[in-house]
Design a protein around this ligand. Structure first.
Ligand SMILES: [Zn+2]
Length: 264
């Protein structure tokens, strides 16, 4: 009743007219467009229940409580259902995590969880990913999400990440992968922000990976690589509930990359 009173008279008149035009007068109410249906999402990262906000023109992308976006909620869902991360006693190092994701992992009592940030004072420690100041074989898990596309010497970074992992350890990673791209593209002579934006799609990116290009470099570093199409494994209703599939333009492949350091 209260809401009805708030509707201006002019608008009420317009609605009355449109309901006649839509045939509501014959006893059936006009069908509501699907896009108008209220949607309540559940955040896998912080547990919030709300309608996720639009972010960068992507509808239902952003959780207002923890700022997670589709790929973070997908990764946390994957961690929870497909990995030992919420169960086993593990030493986990994550490079530049999203805030909500870091809080989620920090809460897990079974983990020793440490973050590294490039900006001084932001993370638990500050590491150069191409010369990681950590002993060999000192971590069970490293998480490197959307980092390597910023690193000029990504081969060095990969070999360093391999070095600090314990045998049998796992790196979870992702980089932007444009759907259908077959060639890795990089050019170290492109350094200007405008030029990089044009060449690599973002001012602080230094290459465009292809899936094959990424896989080859990881294998060169010694990793055994598995590409998990986790979205394809999930019930569409679950994907919608947590809004875990991002509609990028141009489209990106959102597989989770699992790179293992062999036991021997
Ligand atoms: Zn959230």
């Amino acid at each position: 009743m209260r809401a009805r009173l708030l509707v201006p008279i002019v608008l009420r008149a317009a609605l009355a007219t449109s309901s006649i035009l839509l045939g509501a007068g014959c006893g059936r109410s006009a069908p509501k467009a699907a896009s108008e249906e209220p949607v309540v999402h559940v955040c896998t990262v912080c547990g919030a229940t709300e309608t996720f906000a639009t972010f960068n023109n992507r509808k239902h992308a952003l959780c207002s409580k923890c700022a997670s976006k589709e790929r973070h909620r997908l990764l946390v869902h994957y961690f929870e259902h497909e990995t030992p991360l919420l169960r086993d006693k593990l030493d986990v190092l994550q490079f530049s995590p999203e805030k909500g994701e870091a809080e989620f992992l920090r809460k897990q009592a079974n983990l020793k969880y440490v973050t590294s940030e490039y900006d001084p004072g932001k993370g638990d420690i500050r590491l150069d990913i191409t010369a990681i100041d950590q002993p060999e074989a000192s971590w069970d898990v490293v998480i490197v999400y959307h980092i390597l596309e910023h690193i000029i010497d990504d081969r060095k970074a990969m070999s360093e990440l391999f070095r600090i992992l314990r045998p049998g350890g796992t790196m979870y990673l992702q980089v932007p992968l444009e759907t259908g791209r077959t060639e890795l593209y990089e050019d170290a002579t492109i350094v200007g922000k405008k030029e990089r934006n044009k060449a690599f799609g973002q001012w602080d990116h230094v290459r465009r990976y292809s899936a094959q290009g990424l896989k080859s470099r990881l294998e060169e570093a010694g990793f055994v690589v598995e590409v998990v199409d986790y979205l394809a494994k999930l019930d569409p209703a679950v994907i919608t509930k947590h809004s875990m599939s991002a509609k990028f333009n141009p489209p990106l492949d959102e597989q989770i990359w699992v790179a293992k350091k062999p036991v021997r």
